[in-house]
Design a protein around this ligand. Structure first.
Ligand code: MTE
Ligand code: MO
Length: 538
């Protein structure tokens, strides 16, 4: 073979591999586009990326999940989906290149991904039907066909005389692509995939529209028991401090849902049943609206909140008092002889959250909340109905998109997070946070306002102290208390001297317990320790 021939041959090989890689990516696009379209006929959560992402979330070890929440915050889900897409793109490239030589194996590889998607979709806790497998399966078949056809033409541009593909020898189906033919076919596939994807997205979002309409129609009645106005002194006017009431748009969000469930309030129902429920009921949203509603300020906290972290917020909730409802169903707490000590809430997305029946019925304002800061619950925060229990971390109390309450026992059932290593019972720990100055701030010498929030829901905050470097603990000024179920702002005017300083805060709750300096991880029942901020005074 002459050098020229060698070069031509190499060029052709490269061209084929490149076109093969393109075919792989196009096959991937076709799979995803078709899957999206099919998911519109099944349900949006059954799409392969959401399903695989959800399955990955379910299987992620607690420590990794915690790390993801810590590093990506509420973006963790976006990062996960981008990661899945990047992986898919990579595999698509590899499959495409493989298919140039092993046409059937390449196509089979695409089908394998379909199976992974189908298994993920049908094994999600919210999956009730095998039809959830359809988007992945139909998408994969489309992708495999695209790959098979596209590389079919390429394969026979093989410049070397010896047959390289056993599968292919003797086969003569289809025509060779010339360059123009490939470009036309590729463009057609890309356009059709994008079209299917966009159409699927549009149909999926349209199916959410009825839920949106049902939310727009909700008029929250005046509560029979309104929350007292927030005391004037509860919200300090200090730049940088967390506002006493967290606006809905700023309220932290922590859940496992890759697609926010859009539940239609008009078809929603809540079932209450289980051990010791002598009168099980199924309630509609209107049933709840017709009941006596109470309005309460309650501060919610996530167990994944690091010391000094952002996963805590305070809102004014409107809802039904859960203990009244349970009592009507015949439920008695264990202290009054009831057989069930665990209340398991189930959501439409398959989440299960267990709370102690004793806590829910001990007189605190445990709510089935319908409203948040004067509007129906936002979809991301659980529309139409969620639970809120003062004093318990969200993962053991605050089920969003709730649809079922079962009375059971701690020994007979472990809910979602408990199966993954978190505690069965998790009252919120006494904590405090410095909101201002921010870490590594450079305030000027003189009076610097140090301020933040402290919380010990359902016990109340009695004292907050600040320490500068290794100095003595000094009492901070406490803002007025709203209720013992809410956080409390504090401030400390600090006479700042030049140089680097460490500010540390600790709170004491009404039981007299001082916030411990013992640092623990968030797993299994919440982080503890003191929050410190390092600043340089200029
Ligand atoms: N359905 C459902 N409800 C859920 C969760 C979830 O993943 N799914 N997460 C819980 C956790 S861990 C917390 S901290 C709170 C957070 O509520 P928010 O997102 O409204 O702030 O919701 C709880 N309710
Ligand atoms: Mo949480």
């Amino acid at each position: 073979m002459t050098d020229d021939e060698k070069q031509t041959r190499q060029r052709l090989t490269w061209a084929r591999l490149t076109l093969g890689a393109c075919s792989g990516v196009l096959a991937g696009l076709a799979s995803l586009g078709v899957a999206e379209l099919v998911s519109a006929g099944v349900r949006p959560q059954a799409g392969p990326v959401v399903a695989v992402g959800g399955a990955a979330i379910d299987r992620t070890p607690a420590a990794v999940k915690d790390w993801a929440i810590r590093h990506f915050g509420t973006n963790d889900k976006l990062i996960l989906q981008l990661g899945i897409l990047a992986m898919l793109a990579l595999f698509a490239l590899v499959l495409g290149i493989t298919a140039v030589r092993f046409r059937r194996s390449g196509a089979a590889g695409v089908l394998l991904f379909g199976i992974i998607g189908a298994v993920s979709a049908t094994s999600r806790p919210d999956s009730t039907s095998l039809s959830d497998a359809l988007p992945s399966v139909v998408g994969a078949i489309a992708g495999a066909a695209v790959l098979y056809v596209l590389v079919g033409g390429l394969a026979r541009r093989e410049p070397c005389p010896e047959p390289v593909d056993g599968e292919r020898s003797g086969a003569s189906s289809g025509a060779d692509w010339d360059r123009r033919g490939f470009v036309i076919a590729a463009t057609a596939v890309a356009a059709a995939s994008a079209g299917a994807g966009v159409l699927g997205r549009t149909l999926n979002s349209a199916s959410g529209q009825s839920a949106v309409a049902s939310r727009n129609r909700v008029v929250l009645p005046r509560p029979a028991s309104a929350a007292a106005a927030v005391p004037r002194g509860a919200g300090l006017r200090i730049p940088g401090i967390s506002p006493f009431t967290t606006p809905n748009g700023d309220f932290y969000r922590v859940d496992t849902a890759l697609v926010v469930p859009k539940v239609n309030a008009t078809t929603w129902a809540l079932r209450i049943h289980g051990n010791g429920v002598t009168r099980p009921v199924t309630l509609t949203f209107d049933d709840l609206l017709r009941r006596e509603l109470i309005e309460r300020d309650i501060t919610l906290t996530c167990v994944s909140n690091e010391v000094g972290g952002p996963y805590v917020g305070n809102a004014r909730w409107i809802g039904v008092r859960l203990s009244d409802l349970l009592a009507e169903c015949g439920v008695r707490p264990p202290s009054k002889g009831g057989p069930a000590d665990q209340l398991v809430a189930r959501s439409v997305d398959g989440m299960t959250i267990g709370s102690p029946v004793e806590d829910v019925m001990d007189g605190r304002d445990a709510l089935l909340a319908l409203g948040m800061n004067g509007e129906p619950l936002p979809f991301a925060h659980g529309f139409p109905v969620r639970m809120v229990v003062p004093g318990l971390y969200g993962f053991v109390s605050a089920c969003k998109w709730i649809k079922d309450i079962e009375l059971t026992t701690f020994t007979s059932y472990d809910p979602y997070w408990v199966k993954r290593g978190w505690a069965r019972r998790a009252p919120i720990k006494t904590e405090s946070r410095i909101d201002t100055p921010k870490p590594f701030a450079r305030p000027k010498t003189g009076t610097v306002m140090v301020a933040g929030v402290a919380w010990a829901q359902h016990r109340g905050i009695d004292k907050v102290e600040v320490r500068v470097d290794d100095g003595p603990w000094q009492a901070a000024r406490l803002a007025a208390e709203d209720t013992r179920d809410t956080w409390r702002q504090w401030s400390f005017p600090w006479q700042a001297a030049k140089g680097g300083h460490t500010l540390t805060v600790r709170a004491t709750d009404r039981t007299g317990r001082v916030q411990t300096d013992k640092r623990t991880r968030t797993i299994p029942d919440g982080a503890s320790g003191w929050h410190s901020v390092v600043v340089t005074v200029d």
